[in-house]
Design a protein around this ligand. Structure first.
Ligand SMILES: Cc1cc2nc3c(=O)[nH]c(=O)nc-3n(C[C@H](O)[C@H](O)[C@H](O)COP(=O)(O)O)c2cc1C
Length: 134
């Protein structure tokens, strides 16, 4: 089983319901492929964690890369794993932006490296948001 984590710039037009729709559809499509993971959104960027069999993961990642709803996709991690961080098949949404009313912001994946990366991601989002205000 493999894990891919990437970072991208979300399209500025994306509303929260549009992001929820991406995740709902993603979960439906991922389950039969035995792919699970999480999509983190900080108001500007996505950090997505995709986990599953490599033969299903790589075509999906290449497909997601091409999606015009985000840009500047950078792969941060590609590694072999023994256990899933988000064991339920599908896709979970975590959102740290004010426009995500009612969405969970917390995250507690079982893997030791991921929480630090995710915390850094949300920290970065805040920094960028502040920079924009100036
Ligand atoms: C940030 C982001 C994350 C996505 N994650 C997934 C995913 O986990 N699984 C999935 O099937 N599609 C995901 N999609 C949607 C795919 O890019 C693509 O639209 C979908 O697979 C349908 O492709 P098709 O319409 O060409 O068949 C994501 C899109 C974005 C913008």
């Amino acid at each position: 089983m493999h894990r891919v984590v990437y970072f991208s710039n979300a399209s500025l037009e994306l509303t929260f319901p549009a992001i929820e729709a991406i995740v709902e559809k993603a979960a439906e499509r991922n389950r039969p492929l035995q792919i699970s993971g999480a999509l983190h959104y900080n108001g500007l960027n996505f950090l997505q964690i995709l986990e599953g069999p490599q033969q299903a993961l790589m075509p999906l990642y290449l497909q997601i890369r091409k999606d015009p709803r985000h840009s500047g996709v950078v792969k941060l991690v590609h590694e072999r794993i023994l256990t899933r961080s988000y064991p339920d098949w599908g896709m979970r949404l975590f959102c740290g932006a004010p426009k995500c009313v009612g969405a969970p912001t917390g995250m507690s994946p079982g893997d030791t490296d991921l929480p630090a990366m995710i915390n850094a991601f949300f920290g970065l989002g805040h920094t960028m948001a502040f920079a924009e205000l100036r």
